[in-house]
Ligand binder design. Structure first.
Ligand code: AQP
Length: 340
């Protein structure tokens, strides 16, 4: 990656359950590689998590587990700022301002709300509907210029850009908020379910066999890959033939994402063979790469005090930046902020 100075990255993960290889390849792996080139803020977005029902004790455990996963995956908490969203009140304060900037029509177009609320829209929380405004606040409170996300978040990021532009225009403060750019890796931006190549791999999928979690034991990984859906054919010879086969394409994306071997090279290696050797090699790669992360997460989870110290330190550093922005925003909008 080219050296980019004075640019700020913000991204986050919801503490809504065990993280899977989709979260890893689509988000966390990229976070690690950005640390040397950007000012990085990596957040655990617990306020987003409560847009759907959470058990309070499990939410706390999951929050520490995301922190542990960040560190175990290679995020250095001295270099990057690691914190949980709810510890900085300016996120929610700016989100309220954005609730008054965003148009209903913009939110009505968000496909993730439609997917997550499903058929029971009337019963979804209003938080789930205005979630993208909070996401915009998460990004813009740090004036982030770049946001590494999976493809599923692209629409929300476009909304963030619209909000930043409208705020700057409405309040006559050109360039106050930067217009952030998404960083999305084309092939691994949407890792699909192992059971259905047309559905995103997701923490909330009821089937454990749809995903590989970063806390899975080696034998579970092997079993899940063995059971992963393929087709009753051999590996095709050409990339364009593979892209039509969603489950096979997905397994190739996972293989390529972890091994960093080009997809065409993998196709050439396995062409004409049935999928047993391919699956066995893929399991080997996954076990080799995931095992050290799993071991480290488990070790870190034994020392919750240490994880809380990391979050507290991150909170202090992030809050300095957030307070400056929210003070400026209150002034721009015409609100008095009485400091005690
Ligand atoms: N399947 C995926 N492929 C690639 N990237 C993914 N991400 C999530 N799933 C995939 C990326 O991971 C980051 C954190 O996601 P999140 O935890 O905040 O929420 P999510 O996108 O809603 O993830 P899940 O697993 O589907 O969670 P639930 O089931 O709780 O809704 C984001 O950058 C996301 O793009």
């Amino acid at each position: 990656m080219n050296e980019i100075k004075n640019n700020t990255v913000l991204s986050g993960v919801q503490p809504t359950g065990d993280l899977h290889i989709g979260n890893y390849l689509g988000a966390i792996k990229n976070f690690v590689s950005m640390q040397n080139n950007y000012n990085c803020f990596f957040c655990i977005v617990d306020l987003h998590a409560i847009t759907v029902k959470q058990d309070p004790q499990i939410l706390k455990k999951n929050t520490l587990e995301v922190a542990a996963t960040y560190i175990a995956s290679g995020i250095d908490p001295k270099k990057s700022i690691v914190f949980n969203q709810s510890s900085i009140s300016a996120h929610a304060e700016l989100a309220w301002i954005f609730n008054c900037v965003t148009r209903m029509g913009w939110l009505n177009r968000m496909t993730q709300f439609k997917d997550k609320a499903g058929k029971d829209k009337e019963n979804a929380s209003s938080g789930l509907f205005i979630y993208p405004n909070l996401m915009a606040a998460d990004i813009l409170i740090y004036k982030a210029t770049h946001v590494p996300v999976g493809d599923d978040q692209k629409q929300h990021l476009e909304l963030t850009r619209d909000i930043a532009q409208k705020f700057n225009r409405d309040f006559n403060c050109e360039s106050f908020f930067p217009i952030p750019e998404p960083i999305i890796d084309k092939d691994i931006s949407r890792i699909m379910s192992l059971k259905n190549g047309d559905q995103k791999m997701s923490k909330s999928d009821p089937s454990e066999y749809s995903r590989i979690n970063l806390l899975d034991e080696s034998d579970e990984i092997i079993k899940k890959i063995k059971k992963a859906k393929t087709a009753d054919i051999v590996m095709p010879e050409k990339l364009q033939d593979v892209t039509k086969l969603s489950e096979i394409n997905n397994l190739l994306n996972i293989y390529s994402g972890f091994s960093e071997i080009d997809k065409q090279k993998l196709i050439t290696k396995y062409k004409g063979q049935n999928f047993s050797v391919f699956k066995s090699d893929l399991s080997d790669i996954l076990v080799e790469q995931i095992k050290p992360i799993t071991t480290e997460i488990k070790k870190l989870m034994q020392d919750k005090g240490y994880l809380q110290e990391i979050l507290q330190d991150g909170r202090n550093r992030a809050n300095e930046v957030a307070q400056k922005t929210i003070n400026d925003v209150y002034d721009i909008v015409g609100l008095f902020r009485n400091e005690t």
